[in-house]
Design a protein around this ligand. Structure first.
Ligand SMILES: C[S@@+](CC[C@H](N)C(=O)[O-])C[C@H]1O[C@@H](n2cnc3c(N)ncnc32)[C@H](O)[C@@H]1O
Length: 283
């Protein structure tokens, strides 16, 4: 029989946790993230060290995520793109700071084992918070529509998956279906044309409003939080508000940026091997 893809981190009802346990776990996560910011390398399940940057959220961008969690006080949260786990740990830290979580944080990443060597899940395990995550090792293109079909709803969705336009736009469009009215979607790397255009679409066609921004790259915000309107705008069946961008930045292609590279201290020799022929993974 085919194994369920989220066999370890389940969707079953969460064991109740106490306010004291939540506060302690939040402090543990905070200390771990501080240590990572000071020395940004992580050990994965293969025993090797991986550089947290450039793939992980920088402290400045993570700060926005924390602020949004604090102010939105979401009961249900979802994240696309876990990589080495910086954003997942950040979201958990912020949620637990507010007391026991109402439900597990849902995370989607098809490459946690194959590309990231389970580094994020290892950290979750070490920190004793693995049970607080409902994890899907599948593409968001498969999981998000399934969740729409199941009638699931989230108050906060963080999108940081595949950054090609088609994936980013589809992730956002399904996030829109899954968000509660007044819910918040946070999009990372909004300086990229693909994300910039997605943000413009969200504002002009779906009535989203920007509620927080951080960082600046190529003259654009690096990360943005957008609030879904309380009411769906009325649109005709062929409605389209042109949101074409005159201000596209020069073509950028960063496949290397999404590939984990063991740090030089960990393994000088294999680093060069690992870089050879690297392609952006398909999901
Ligand atoms: C920029 S990284 C995410 C970084 C992470 N949020 C952090 O702060 O550490 C992008 C992630 O998207 C994942 N990804 C790529 N294609 C995906 C897809 N179709 N569905 C979900 N995640 C995907 C990659 O495996 C990678 O982990």
């Amino acid at each position: 029989m085919k194994q369920p893809r989220n066999k370890n981190l389940s969707r079953e009802a969460m064991q109740p946790i106490s306010p004291k346990w939540a506060a302690q776990a939040s402090r543990r996560l905070h200390a771990y993230l501080d240590a990572l910011a000071a020395s940004p390398k992580l050990v994965a399940d293969d025993g090797r060290l991986y550089d947290v940057y450039p793939v992980g959220l920088t402290p400045e961008r993570a700060g926005l995520l924390v602020e949004v969690c604090r102010s939105a006080r979401p009961r249900a949260t979802l994240e696309v793109g876990m990589a080495l786990g910086v954003s997942t740990l950040t979201i958990l830290e912020a949620l637990l700071e507010g007391g026991p979580m109402a439900s597990r944080h849902v995370v989607i990443d098809p490459f946690q084992q194959s590309q990231w060597r389970n580094a994020a899940r290892r950290s979750l395990r070490l920190l004793g918070v693995e049970e607080l995550v409902e994890f899907y090792e599948e593409s968001s293109l498969a999981v998000l529509p399934r969740m729409v079909g199941e009638g699931r709803r989230f108050d906060l969705i963080f999108v940081d998956g595949n950054h090609r336009f088609d994936y980013a736009f589809v992730d956002f469009r399904f996030a829109h279906e899954l968000l509660t009215a007044g819910g918040v979607v946070v999009l990372d790397d909004t300086w990229l044309d693909a994300l910039h255009l997605t943000v413009r679409y969200a504002e002009t066609n779906l009535g989203y409003t920007i509620c927080a921004a951080a960082g600046r790259t190529m003259g654009r915000p690096a990360i943005l939080a957008l609030r879904k309107p309380a009411e769906e705008p009325r649109r005709g069946c062929s409605h389209f508000e042109s949101c074409g961008c005159q201000d596209f930045v020069p073509f950028f292609d960063g496949p290397d940026a999404v590939v984990p590279v063991p740090s030089e201290e960990a393994d000088l020799g294999r680093r060069a091997d690992g870089m050879a022929g690297v392609e952006c993974a398909e999901a």
